[in-house]
Design a protein around this ligand. Structure first.
Ligand code: GLA
Length: 337
């Protein structure tokens, strides 16, 4: 296992390890110029091996849930591991987050980058086709981190790759994220059932706690009496991003922390955004004894919609032999000074 450090000309630093193609830490300045780590993570591999909820990892072959771990493709049925209640979550028992990727540092004119590769055998975790996946992190001197996902397959397969970083822009993972302000560029979201599988409906966010079209604090409505919030134990839902045809990199979200003055703008080619408010962080020791309390990190996972292989009205996640899967997400770091 190796860890690589990317640093840009302003001192922003991203550390990435080959286990899980994981973003281990991300150090950005606050408004006073002090650098802190703004994502949850550990200093030792052992902590990750002890079992963590996908901290900073690249999740695949299919990020998010597939109902009952089952889907049909070209008339053939497939059964995946059911590792989350009745459903398959984040690629099964040994998803891409638990694989060792190969890494190649590549300097570019706009900043240092690291390209990671992993070949997933046909049949691995129940998925058809040998899938060759690449994730490239590039830390640009304009204070942005671009994450490129690419894949090809020898046979038709569903693919959904996403980064699973937990942000805490206060720079101190002991603080809850409930005072962070969040804007999500989406008029609709996909409501779910009690096991977090979408019904297929794309519901207007207007007049619901899911309306983040203008910046709202995460905590302001999280305890509202609302069936969807109850199912998620808070926010754990997919938003349907408002896409503009002329802009392949569409605005997905802006997260900011009024205390530190930090903000992150997220742009993406992906159709969806899973906003998860850290509801399963429970204060039990994780990794080498580090404790992560309830809602001390939040994920903004740009991706395709959950359970797309079983949802004919959702954008397709099928990759066929000869096609190239390519998605991009960019995090732009700013301070309010
Ligand atoms: C995703 C899911 C959540 C949870 C986390 C990991 O964000 O949507 O329900 O499983 O991963 O704990």
């Amino acid at each position: 296992m190796q860890i690589y450090t990317l640093t840009n000309i302003h001192g922003i630093e991203a550390r990435i390890m080959t286990y899980g193609a994981t973003l281990v830490s991300l150090r950005t300045p606050d408004r006073a110029g002090h650098f802190n780590n703004v994502i949850l993570g550990f200093d030792t591999l052992d902590s990750y091996l002890a079992g963590v909820p996908y901290f900073g990892a690249t999740v695949g072959r299919y990020a998010n849930r597939i109902a009952n771990g089952r889907f049909t493709l070209d008339g053939k049925s497939y059964q995946l591991p059911q590792n989350n209640g009745p459903n398959s979550l984040h690629g099964g028992n040994q998803g891409f987050d638990k694989r060792v990727w190969t890494a190649e540092p590549i300097p570019t004119p706009t900043g240092p980058s690291l390209r990671l590769s992993y070949v997933s055998a046909a049949g691995e975790e129940g998925y058809p086709g040998e899938l060759t996946a690449h994730v490239t992190y590039r830390l640009n001197d304009d204070d942005s981190l671009a994450i490129d996902f690419e894949a090809t397959s020898t046979a038709p397969t569903p693919v959904n790759l996403a980064n699973h970083a937990y942000f805490n822009l206060t720079g101190d993972s002991r603080n809850a994220i409930l005072d962070h302000l969040l804007k999500i560029n989406a008029d609709r979201f996909t409501p779910v059932n009690a096991t977090l599988i979408p019904s297929g409906e794309m519901r207007e966010v207007a007049h619901t706690p899911f309306d983040f079209r203008t910046p709202q604090t995460i905590g302001s409505r999280i305890n509202d009496r609302d069936e969807q919030l109850r199912f998620g134990g808070g926010y754990d839902h997919n938003w349907v991003l408002n896409r503009s045809a002329s802009q392949p990199l569409t605005l997905a979200a802006v997260l900011s922390d009024p205390k530190s003055g930090r903000s992150i703008e997220i742009r993406t080619t992906q159709p969806g955004l899973q906003f998860y408010s850290g509801n399963f962080l429970d204060g039990k020791p994780a990794g080498a004894g580090t404790v992560f309390e309830y809602r001390t990190g939040l994920c903004l996972e740009t991706q395709h919609f959950p359970d797309s292989p079983n949802q004919p009205t959702f954008p397709s996640t099928v990759l066929r032999a000869g096609q190239i899967y390519a998605e991009k997400t960019v995090l732009i770091f700013r301070t309010d000074k």
